[in-house]
Design a binder for this molecule. Structure first.
Ligand SMILES: Nc1ncnc2c1ncn2[C@@H]1O[C@H](COP(=O)(O)OP(=O)(O)OP(=O)(O)O)[C@@H](O)[C@H]1O
Ligand SMILES: [Mg+2]
Length: 483
């Protein structure tokens, strides 16, 4: 279906600024449809004495009168003399018409849309039948609608800067307080009165200012002063009320303010809940990290007490594994959300490996590249895997090194073709000739294999440096980014 801009440029001679003005009118006009309990559509002359429909809106508070989509249809002036007289008089014209696309004659108002002193289009209100005599609040709505019609003609509505309707904006049905020229409450709909009660204002409201009643809405005064819509949230205890203050103008002067009132307490409460849930998750990570450190200290203590060297080594290994998990949790407890910067995890792992002593020689670790921010369900297992592999290099690669040698481990991190690629290389003795990753001999590589293949859905290749490319071992891990 064609858009307002497309129809305007193909079938009317409206200038770009005029079309922009109509766009803003359409962005805000559900307010008018609700105030008048009516369907509305927008027409502009098509240059052949007929009129093309640019847009259409239905009321939220009444059944629609226009079941069909009229956008893009031509309304012929011969069948609709009212429209010609509206464009001639530049005044609101009311009558009954047989519209193109509608089966029966419908009562309609033709409201001139002004812009730069000209009538560029017409807003057509197709009136639904009122159910019996209008109630007090319906009368007030219709009265405010009349004032907006005047403003549409004067081009003071839509407002120049901010909109008053659209997603996230309160609706007429939420409640209206009508403020007069002097700033006194002229009328308040039942929903608006309820909202004021929730703020602790119980006295009858009419004839007094909100301020006198003990409610200071600063933006209400600004709306009057600047003739622009303003918005403010007023909160008392658990209650929060949103006040949208839309000035009503006649011939450029503010003659009153329509305040749309909406109770947003529930929304605010949900907001607060979400924020506190975020904090709770971080607190849980923090506690997990502390608990892991306690476990790690306990294991270290047990290891020191143990007489048997095999037991001691096993306990120290377990202690180190717990510590590498704690490193990841340290980062998770700081980062809100479900992604972590991998570059923040790596340094602690490197320090942990460098500090472990496996012989008389030094071990140096260099990290090259970065993987950026990773989802935690990738970052956590990947960090544990890299810790195991770096630790293996430090532990097994440099067995024949003396105190004058330096074991070098290089970690290269890259993102390639939707894969995270991590390579760990050392300059040590290489893998034993009969080494196989598939033979489950020891715990370390079993953990690595399981995490890479089952949890990360990735691959692992371990091999000694090929002839002529120095010594040592290379371990390459590839993990798909979507796992
Ligand atoms: N970078 C390396 N250089 C030489 N040999 C290695 C290297 N990495 C692993 N290996 C060999 O692979 C074996 C298996 O490693 P794995 O991590 O599974 O066990 P581990 O390190 O001996 O014990 P742990 O369960 O404490 O990790 C090692 O014992 C070692 O012989
Ligand atoms: Mg190991």
């Amino acid at each position: 279906m064609a858009t307002l801009s497309e129809i305007a440029s193909l079938r009317t001679s409206l200038a770009d600024e005029a079309v922009a003005h109509l766009h803003r009118l359409v962005a805000a006009w559900s307010l008018l449809a609700d105030l008048s309990f009516s369907d509305m559509f927008l027409v502009a002359p098509d240059g052949h004495h007929d009129y093309v429909v640019l847009a259409q809106v239905r009321p939220n508070n009444r059944a629609t009168m226009l079941v069909d989509d009229l956008v893009g249809t031509t309304q012929t002036s011969s069948r609709w003399p009212l429209i010609a007289s509206a464009f001639e008089s530049k005044k609101v014209v009311k009558g009954e018409t047989h519209l193109e696309g509608v089966d029966e004659e419908v009562p309609n108002w033709i409201i001139p849309v002004g812009f730069n002193g000209e009538m560029i289009a017409a807003l057509v209100r197709v009136q639904g039948p009122l159910r019996g005599p209008a109630s007090a609040y319906e009368t007030v709505y219709l009265d405010i609608f009349d004032r907006f019609c005047q403003m549409v003609g004067d081009a003071t509505f839509p407002y120049r800067e901010s909109d008053v309707a659209g997603p996230g904006f309160p609706r007429v049905g939420d409640g209206i307080i009508l403020i007069d020229e002097r700033g006194l409450v002229e009328f308040s709909t039942p929903n608006a009165t309820n909202a004021l009660h929730r703020l602790g204002l119980y006295k009858t409201t009419e004839g007094r200012s909100l301020k006198e009643m003990g409610l200071h809405v600063r933006e209400l005064e600004r709306a009057k002063e600047y003739a622009m819509p303003r918005r403010e949230d007023v909160a008392r205890g658990d209650v929060a009320i949103d006040f949208l203050c839309a000035p009503l103008l006649a011939h450029g002067a503010v003659t009153g303010v329509m305040v749309i009132v909406r109770d947003v307490s529930e929304l605010k409460r949900l907001d607060r809940q979400i924020t506190s849930k975020d904090a709770a998750i971080r607190e849980v990570h923090h506690r997990v990290k502390n608990n892991l450190q306690t476990v790690s200290s306990l294991l270290k203590l047990q290891a020191r007490r143990s007489e048997e060297s095999v037991v001691r080594t096993a306990l120290l290994e377990a202690e180190r594994r717990i510590r590498s998990i704690a490193v990841v949790h340290e980062v998770l407890s700081r980062e809100p959300g479900d992604v972590v910067e991998f570059s923040e995890i790596i340094p602690s792992l490197v320090t942990m490996v460098e500090e472990s002593e496996f012989g008389p020689h030094e071990v140096e670790i260099f990290v090259d590249g970065d993987l950026g921010s990773l989802p935690t369900d990738i970052a956590t297992p990947l960090a544990i895997v890299l810790a195991e592999i770096m630790m293996n290099a430090a532990e097994h690669a440099f067995l024949d090194f003396t105190s004058t040698d330096v074991g070098v481990i290089t970690v290269t991190l890259r993102t390639l073709k939707n894969q995270y690629v991590a390579e760990v290389r050392d300059n040590g003795r290489g893998l034993d000739a009969n080494f196989s990753l598939e033979v489950p001999h020891s715990l370390g590589l079993s953990i690595v294999r399981d995490l890479v293949r089952n949890q990360l859905r990735g691959t692992i290749v371990m091999q000694s440096a090929p002839e002529g490319e120095g010594t040592g071992t290379s371990v390459v891990i590839r993990v798909p980014q979507t796992s």
